[in-house]
Design a protein. Structure first.
Length: 128
């Protein structure tokens, strides 16, 4: 059996409490949220690294810890927003980036994933 990490557990509890109708439509919720949680952890790690950037010249230990911690928390907030939509939203993608009309964060199961993933790979040169 696949086990969810803390991100998957948080998302699953959120859906159970706030989105019970949508939650009931998931065939295998434990597997779904385990996969979503693992994907979220990977995306958070990558995004946190991007947000943190390189250390500044002369940056001390505490400043580096603060920079890395802030980047990780921001990454968690962005990624988890895609996993835990506001229960009042009829369309969770309403929180899309207004410049491109897409959600700010998606996971592998999100309908926009293939298109966004392909664009990001192209930007990073990963398809070469």
């Amino acid at each position: 059996m696949v086990s969810a990490n803390r991100y998957g557990h948080a998302a699953q509890r959120h859906w159970q409490r706030w989105l019970p109708d949508q939650y009931a439509q998931i065939t295998d919720p434990d597997r779904y949220f385990a996969a979503a949680g693992q994907d979220a952890a990977q995306r958070i790690d990558a995004l946190a690294g991007d947000l943190a950037g390189d250390g500044l010249p002369g940056e001390g230990y505490l400043a580096a810890v603060a920079r890395l911690t802030a980047a990780r928390r921001r990454a968690e907030a962005l990624v988890m927003a895609g996993l835990m939509p506001d229960p009042g939203d009829d369309d969770p993608d309403e929180d899309a980036d207004p410049s491109c009309g897409r959600p700010l964060a998606v996971w592998r199961g999100h309908p926009a994933w293939p298109e966004i993933d392909a664009e990001q790979r192209e930007r990073l040169g990963a398809d070469s």
